[in-house]
Design a binder for this molecule. Structure first.
Ligand code: NDP
Length: 480
């Protein structure tokens, strides 16, 4: 079995006490990918110190020079895309096509933020004192802790790390324990691109030890987290004790609304992509489809047929359209919710089973007759389970779509322009799609949710990232 290391101050090192943990291929439970350091508090402190020590050098490097390193990383990601995608599929389970798309997304993210090295700056403001120069200057926030989930093990770290680095911050990175190999590969790329020692540090290990130490440290100046609501809320509380800046992206229960004029085939394609793509393991995945009564029977029948036809299996094999759940726990969660849905009285149209052929497989599942108060309509499942809720009309559909504690992504399928824009204006979600799946984001556009999907502080991606990863100073230059 291969032994992997943490990266602290430019050195690949084992945990201080030598402890490790294993991770496995979710498509083949008996295949071990490697052993990774189970970092101790001492390891985390060393990583924090290394990032603090590297901060002045990195922050003072001219921003275009930082951009050149990010640009090189982008080109290396492209050169190693097939290798990284294969490793990602082995570790997380998504199909090879989905994994390749994710690696290429990371390539584009690094390319985009490489350009930021030439662009990011402050503003010159009109002064009300004659002869005075009044301007703002953006400075790096400092050392940022990036705590990430397992479902996009390359793209989510990339969309946090690239802006962090472009704007002059240094990083301590704690990936989810289910995907440490992807993290190691991403850091290999950054090192090869010429990142100076200590600028990014990797510590793998338990959320409770590594994550907790990081987010509670007064030597960390910002925490960017993506993950579950419960962990996110705990992080917020701990970070606030030091008034550390926090960004949280959390769960969703994303609706697609299908109006009576919708083309049913198109609506089904959108629901399948949003609900079953990535095995439903996306924060923006479609988990509720709210359909106007007039077309609900036709939609339910067509979605059932489409779900039945999806080919589920090992994502490394050709022709597979949906990979396994990421872990035994996630598989169990999916199956538990399916049984809760049946007990609550929803009508199971298709799926509902695991398939024990060596991996954590679950069939694409569709429930009909889901009512808004049911748990399967309110709680995030994070698996390939779509619930159909029926609605009398547009107003009823919109009200059901909004009747939820989350507000990440939402979509509507219609050719009625008036209703499409009314939906866009009145839906409580940070991302709205018209005639597109709830999943799929443009890296140049702000991303973040409302309600319990986010801390409602800072958005991620695109130009929005500059707000989180920099602090602004206002400078008044009077007469000498
Ligand atoms: P978790 O919240 O369980 O874990 C996220 C990260 O936090 C992991 O690195 C985890 O480490 C770490 N962590 C766990 N406990 C602590 C702690 N006490 N202090 C600090 N860090 C901790 O989420 P999952 O990885 O299970 O990811 C799935 C969740 O992520 C879903 O709920 C989904 O909605 C959400 N998500 C949201 C997205 C968004 O942009 N809104 C995008 C993708 C996912 P460890 O793995 O070691 O436990």
């Amino acid at each position: 079995m291969q032994n992997f290391k943490n990266l602290i101050n430019g050195e690949w090192v084992a945990a201080a006490n030598g402890a490790t943990f294993e991770n496995r291929n979710p498509a083949k439970m008996d295949e071990v990918i490697g052993a990774f350091p189970l970092a101790t508090v001492e390891d985390v402190q060393q990583a924090i110190e290394a990032a603090n020590a590297a901060l002045p050098g990195w922050a003072n490097l001219p921003a275009p020079n930082r951009g050149l390193i990010l640009d090189k990383a982008s080109r290396l990601l492209e050169a190693r895309a097939d290798e990284l995608a294969t490793a990602l599929t082995r570790e997380e389970g998504k199909t090879l096509a989905e994994a390749k798309g994710e690696v290429l997304r990371a390539r584009d993210i690094f390319r985009y933020y490489a350009g930021e090295g030439w662009r990011a700056g402050g503003d010159v403001l009109p002064s009300n004192i004659p002869g005075e120069l009044l301007y703002t200057r953006r400075e790096p926030l400092g050392v940022v802790a990036l705590v990430t989930p397992w479902n996009f093990p390359i793209a989510i770290p990339a969309w946090k790390m690239a802006p962090a680095l472009a704007y002059g911050n240094t990083v301590v990175f704690k990936p989810a324990s289910l995907v440490p190999h992807s993290a190691v590969l991403l850091l290999e790329v950054l090192i090869e691109a010429g990142l100076p020692k200590g600028v990014v540090n990797l510590v793998t290990g338990s959320g409770r030890t590594v994550g907790d130490t990081l987010v509670s440290s007064p030597r960390i100046h910002g925490v960017s987290f993506t993950g579950s609501v419960s962990v996110g809320m705990g992080i917020y509380e701990k970070a606030m004790k030091n008034l550390t800046r926090v960004q949280l992206e959390m769960g969703g229960k994303n609706p697609t609304v299908v109006l009576r004029d919708a083309n049913i085939d198109k609506a089904v394609g959108i629901a399948v992509a949003g609900g079953f793509g990535l095995t439903g393991q996306a924060c923006t995945a479609t988990s509720r489809v709210i359909v106007e009564d007039a077309v609900a029977d036709a939609f339910a029948a067509a979605l059932t047929a489409a779900a039945r036809n999806l080919k589920v299996g090992n994502g490394l094999e050709a022709g597979i359209q949906m990979g396994p759940a990421v872990s035994e726990d996630q598989l169990q969660t999916d199956l538990d919710y399916i049984s809760v849905g049946q007990k609550e009285g929803a009508k199971l149209l298709v799926g509902g089973n695991g398939a024990s052929n060596g991996g954590y497989y679950v069939q694409p599942t569709v429930f009909d007759q889901v009512e808004p108060q049911m748990r399967i309509a309110q709680e995030e499942i994070f698996g390939p389970v779509i619930g159909i809720l029926r609605a009398r009309d547009f107003e009823d559909a919109l009200s059901k779509a909004n009747d939820i504690g989350f507000g990440l992504a939402a979509s509507v399928v219609t050719n009625d322009l008036q209703k499409a824009f009314q939906f866009a204006n009145r839906i409580e979600a940070g991302v709205v799609k018209i005639n597109e799946p709830t999943t799929g984001l443009a890296l140049q556009a702000p991303f973040g949710g409302f309600k319990h999907s986010s801390a409602n502080t800072f958005k991620e991606q695109g130009q929005a990232a500059v707000e989180f990863y920099t602090r602004t100073k206002t400078i008044y230059v009077g007469h000498g």
